[in-house]
Design a protein around this ligand. Structure first.
Ligand code: PHE
Ligand code: CO
Length: 293
C-alpha cells in the first residue's frame, strides 16, 4: 500500500478517477492480458482459495482481452455492490480509504509491457483486476474490504496508518488461507504473480505463520521482492470477525513504542506452520552485496 503521490494529475477528477478509455487499448495490450490470464488460471487450481476461483468467472466477459470496466462493474454490482474505478497511479491514503469505504476499488489503467512481465514497480491493471476483483465478488471478503476502508479513515485520525497498512499487506496482498488439504493462496500480490504463486506455497525459504492481528501490525514487510513471511488465516469469516469486532484504537495505543518485528523473524509465541530457511532471501542479499562491492 502507501498510495501517496503529491499532486493530482490534471486529467483526474477530484476523487482522482479517470475514464478507463477501454477503446484505446492496443491489440498487443489485450494479448498481454489474455496471456497472463491464461498462465495464472492454468497455475492456480489446487493452490488458490476456492472463493477466488468461484469469483474468477466475473472476469470472463463478452469480449476477450482487458476487461471493460463498464461491463465488469455491472456484474460486480450485482454480486456484492462493488465497483472498479480507474486511477492514474498511486493515490493519497485518504482517497484510497474513501473509495474502499464506499465499495469502490481503485485500479491502474495501464498494463505491463513484455519487458515488465515478471517484475513491476507499480501495480498494473492485471494485478489490480485479476488479483483483487475475484474476491470482491465474495460477500465476506467484500465486507472486509469496505470495513478496511473505514478502518483506514480512523487510522488516519489516530496516526496509525502504518499499522493498518501492514494488515492490508499481509492479508489482502500476501495472505494465505488454511484449507482442508493444506495451505492456499488468496492475496492479490501472490495470485497475480506466476513466480510468487509457486514460491509462497512450495518454497522452503519463507516462514508461514498463523495470523495474529497484533503480531502482523508490528511486522515489517518487503516491497521489493518475495515476502519472507506469510501469515495464514483460518477463514475469511474469521478474518472479518477478528478485525471488525475489535476496536483498533486501544490496540494502536497499546502498540505505541512496541518494537518492529523483522520481515523474517520468528517469535517464540508464533504458531508456526513452516519455519523458513530464508535461503532465497539470503542468496539474494549475497548477490546484491557482490554487485555493490
Ligand atoms: N475494527 C477496526 C477499527 O476499529 C476497523 C477495521 C475493520 C480495520 C476491518 C480493518 C479491517 O479501526
Ligand atoms: Co494490490
Amino acid at each position: 500500500m502507501t498510495h501517496y503521490t503529491t499532486v493530482r494529475p490534471p486529467e483526474a477528477a477530484p476523487d482522482w478517477t479517470i475514464p478507463q478509455d477501454w477503446e484505446r487499448y492496443s491489440a498487443d495490450e489485450h494479448a498481454m492480458w489474455d496471456h497472463l490470464f491464461e498462465r495464472q488460471t492454468r497455475l492456480l487450481p489446487g493452490r488458490v482459495a476456492p472463493a477466488f476461483l468461484e469469483g474468477l468467472d466475473i472476469l470472463r466477459l463478452s469480449k476477450p482481452g482487458i476487461p471493460d470496466f463498464a461491463e465488469l462493474n455491472a456484474r460486480l454490482m450485482d454480486a456484492t455492490g462493488w465497483q472498479v474505478v480507474a486511477v492514474p497511479g498511486l493515490v493519497p491514503d485518504a482517497v484510497f480509504f474513501d473509495h474502499l469505504a464506499n465499495r469502490r476499488f481503485v485500479a491502474g489503467r495501464f498494463i505491463r509491457t513484455p519487458e515488465q512481465i515478471d517484475y513491476l514497480e507499480e501495480p498494473d491493471i492485471f494485478h489490480d483486476v485479476f488479483g483483487h476483483v475475484p474476491l470482491l465478488a465474495n460477500p465476506v471478503f467484500a465486507d472486509y474490504m469496505e470495513a478496511y476502508g473505514r478502518g483506514g479513515q480512523r487510522a488516519g485520525e489516530l496516526g496509525a496508518i502504518e499499522r493498518l497498512a501492514r494488515l492490508y499487506w499481509y492479508t489482502v496482498e500476501f495472505g494465505l488461507l488454511r484449507g482442508a488439504d493444506g495451505l492456499q493462496i488468496y492475496g492479490a500480490g501472490i495470485v497475480s504473480s506466476f513466480s510468487e504463486s509457486i514460491f509462497a506455497l512450495d518454497d522452503p525459504s519463507p516462514n508461514r505463520i498463523a495470523f495474529d492481528l497484533r503480531r502482523v501490525m508490528r511486522t515489517l514487510y518487503r516491497i521489493d521482492d518475495f515476502q519472507q513471511t506469510y501469515f495464514v488465516i483460518d477463514s475469511f469469516e474469521d478474518l472479518l470477525r477478528q478485525t471488525v469486532e475489535n476496536d483498533f484504537a486501544p490496540l494502536y495505543r497499546a502498540l505505541q513504542g512496541a518494537n518492529d518485528i523483522g520481515a523474517a523473524d520468528v517469535l517464540d509465541s508464533d504458531r508456526v506452520d513452516h519455519r523458513g530457511t530464508q535461503d532465497y532471501a539470503h542468496a539474494k542479499a549475497l548477490s546484491a552485496g557482490k554487485h555493490n562491492a
